[in-house]
Design a protein around this ligand. Sequence first.
Ligand SMILES: Cc1cc2nc3c(=O)[nH]c(=O)nc-3n(C[C@H](O)[C@H](O)[C@H](O)COP(=O)(O)OP(=O)(O)OC[C@H]3O[C@@H](n4cnc5c(N)ncnc54)[C@H](O)[C@@H]3O)c2cc1C
Length: 503
Amino acid sequence: MLSRKRLVFYLFILIVLYQLVSNMLTHTASKQVIVVGSGLAGLSAAHSVLQNGQKVIMLEMMPKYGGNSAKASSGINGAPTRYQPVKDDLFYSDTLRSSGVIYQNSDSQLKKERETLMKTLVDNSQSAVYWLTDHFGIDLAAVTQLGGHSVPRTHRGTGKIPPGFAIVSELWKQLEEKYANLATLRTSCRVTKLITDSQGVVGVEFEDLDKKHSEKLFGPVIFAVGGFAGDTTGLVTKYRPDLAKFPSTNSERPQSIGILEAIGGKLMDMESIQVHPTGFVDPEDLFSRNKFLAAEMLRGEGGILLNSLGDRFANEMQRRDQLTEAVMKSCDEELNDEIRQWKVWLVLDEGSTKNIGSNIGFYQFKKLVAKKKISEWKQEIPNIKESVKRYAQMVQDEKDTDYGRISLGKWTLKPEEVTDDTELIAGRVTPVLHFTMGGVKINPEAQFLNIDDQPINGIWGAGEITSGVHSSNRLGGSSLLECVVFGRIAGDHAAKYLAQSHI
Ligand SMILES: Cc1cc2nc3c(=O)[nH]c(=O)nc-3n(C[C@H](O)[C@H](O)[C@H](O)COP(=O)(O)OP(=O)(O)OC[C@H]3O[C@@H](n4cnc5c(N)ncnc54)[C@H](O)[C@@H]3O)c2cc1C
């Protein structure tokens, strides 16, 4: 007869063995990297996993892929590239300058960490652009200059399709077509929890929103769930109550950052929320919370801003934070119970719209801009004629003596051509919440860090959910870039980890 003590001991061994074997079976049966989120960060990571010869499964909570990445309208930064008209070795210094007070006020250790992330971003920017153009065949041959950049370095296609959609749709298509055996793509699947063991993250729990049941999946995880600028009444109100009433360009959706917090992820720079100076105010839905972005390239191509009197008030090509401040200082505020916005006009001459006809056509179709004679605009923008004439003179003289704008875009209207009959395109714009610099801190290997600044095993991150790359202010075009750069790094590391790990 076995003693009671021995029986308990054997029973214990049996249970442990059962757990080990069942874990091994589940894990081996599904040896894959799990990518959460199908924006550009998730898609770049997924392709990088596949290029490393490993399987991937992508979980996206929405019925459609692409996230906010699909909305991106100005382009992706890269320097130097074969598409740039001028030599560009200033990308790092522009990025550093843009990172502002949060970077400057960091202690020396944190400053170094932020610098390493910025260097990683900039140093990999050329290969990120070439990866998209040469590996996937995406057209990024048109280059424009955005605010805060010293030279043109933001790449988009020469055709009609906006860059965000052009990039994500091609990456998704190639996952579906080229990698049908190796990539599983599941939409309407919302990850609710990360599964951990003593070694770190080993999988996810998720809800299939169509079938209405929960499932578990095992494998290393890449978490690429985007930012929270659309969560105006939730996280924005929590971290920046002063911005709670601002409209946003981002879709409102359930937030996932708590899933990382639950495993000890370190939140950083959460109060650092980018307000974009120009979101379109729809004349038929004046106070809508969700607004179309008036892409920065509209100013980059030559557009100017006027206040409600019709006077210019700032250098339109300053950094986003600076220009937003100028709008709030110099333009009339407009409030209701829900929304706070300002009265600003974006005005373009024919030259400024020449290269972006399809974008303008879309905005006209949406009634966000209109083409009218100066005599008609005068009713809404009284001083438009004088301001445009003065600006046209300064463009002719190649010197903005009023506000020191250096990049004048493709404005062609001459001062002597400005009459009551001159046709101009204009639309109302206002500052809008656009991007969250904060999130969970990462290191240059795209690992999420815990509150002791140690990497969390088994999970990597990329895109807007991460923090540390931009500090106070993100340069336009650098978000798509961080998705590609850190998405590729995350995919690379996760694939290698899978190849070697116990999972
Ligand atoms: C209108 C607009 C224009 C922009 N233009 C530019 C531009 O020209 N250049 C530039 O560099 N940047 C631009 N940006 C910013 C840039 O597009 C985004 O910051 C970037 O694309 C974010 O990519 P992401 O992959 O991190 O997140 P997203 O693209 O937002 O993707 C995250 C995905 O994760 C999914 N998800 C979230 N939680 C879960 C969960 N728990 N389970 C499963 N799925 C989940 C979401 O549904 C979403 O599809 C623009 C942003 C907007 C809104």
